[in-house]
Design a protein around this ligand. Structure first.
Ligand code: ASP
Length: 341
């Protein structure tokens, strides 16, 4: 907040005035008009990467963040911002969501997504979809045009047809970089979070992970969403935390909006996204304190991270992995993207 201070100075018998700008600290309960936080996944992201690859990472995070920030600045709803930014990332084949999703152990793609409105606790999710181009948009249709919260597999795809959501061949999601990753996972007989045990980033391969967004709009409504291809080499039918409301995604106007990324099984067992909001609401902790206690005390080191926005527009980006692709912007001029600490 800028305060204009006018001081009168007596100089050699004449009166001059000087105007100085000073920074006044924001009051603690200052509410931002809007705020947005996003992630492109967490994992063992090597610091030893080609500078060109690093710059590509940062500029594509900036691109997604600009899209969401501008939408909210223009008065768009938090739900629209969450859907638009996630769609954008689903269409970018470097993210593990939509095109570019990881492979299952059977060399197919099974996608998960969820979205939640903090205004009315309405939520929509899809899991195990194989032919839906933008799973986040189908999740929103589930929320707004069905009486249910989650659809799986064939039923979800049938619902996509009923609601005019675009479908594509499963091979549309396939990319060479994910095929290499499947091979690495098979060689190690592992189900892998992106970049885990991965030395590939030292080369020219740019590869992000799961995507998620949390946002507060000018009407004071919070929303969150998450979209993923899951973990590399996962068994067919495996469901992670991303489509599970309360684990991977949660939003409540009384507390906060959260999107998670990491080892889905751990996030489901610890009800991570909801637990952060509940700690805020019932224990009166700040968003940052609540997120820190869940990520560092309930989960184990290396499990993953979250991005979150509270009802005041405070943003928290917390992770226990070596890195998390992330960004945050708000109406006070914050605009930051980062990978490591
Ligand atoms: N949480 C996702 C899952 O377990 C993976 C990720 O965030 O990268 O499916």
């Amino acid at each position: 907040m800028i305060l204009l201070l006018t001081a009168g100075l007596w100089l050699t018998g004449s009166c001059d005035f000087e105007t100085t700008e000073i920074e006044e600290p924001m009051p603690e309960n200052h509410k931002k008009d809007f705020a947005i936080a996003l992630h492109g996944g967490a994992g063992v992201i090597s610091r030893d990467i080609d500078p060109e690859v690093r710059d590509n990472y940062l500029s594509s995070l900036e691109e997604a963040l600009t899209l969401g920030r501008d939408l909210l600045a223009d008065g768009g709803s938090s739900l629209d911002a969450v859907e638009a930014v996630i769609r954008h990332m689903e269409d970018d084949d470097r993210f593990n969501a939509g095109r570019g999703a990881v492979f299952t152990s059977e060399e197919k793609h099974e996608l998960d997504a969820s979205i939640m409105s903090g205004f009315d606790l309405n939520a929509g999710a899809v899991t195990g979809v194989r032919t839906v181009k933008n799973p986040i948009s189908l999740a929103r249709k589930v929320m707004e045009e069905s009486q249910h919260v989650m659809f799986a597999g064939d039923g979800a795809e049938q619902f996509a047809d009923e609601t005019n959501i675009e479908r594509v061949a499963n091979s549309y999601f396939s990319t060479e970089r994910r095929r290499e990753q499947l091979q690495q996972a098979r060689d190690q007989a592992a189900v892998m979070l992106d970049h885990s045990g991965d030395s590939g980033l030292k080369g020219k391969r740019d590869r992000y992970s799961t995507v998620g967004v949390a946002a507060l709009d000018r009407d004071g409504n919070l929303a969150a969403g998450t979209s993923t291809g899951g973990m590399t080499n996962k068994k067919p039918g495996r469901v992670g935390d991303s489509p599970v409301i309360a684990a991977g995604t949660y939003a409540d106007n009384n507390s906060c909006a959260v999107s998670a990324t990491g080892h889905g099984e751990k996030f489901i067992r610890n009800v991570v996204a909801y637990q952060i909001c509940a700690i805020m609401e019932y224990q009166g902790l700040s968003l940052a304190e609540a997120a820190r206690s869940v990520i560092h005390e309930k989960l184990d080191k290396g499990d993953g991270g979250i991005v979150a926005v509270d009802k005041q527009g405070n943003v928290t980006l917390e992770f226990s992995t070596a890195g998390m692709f992330r960004g945050a912007a708000d109406s006070d001029g914050l605009f930051e993207v980062a990978i490591w600490d």
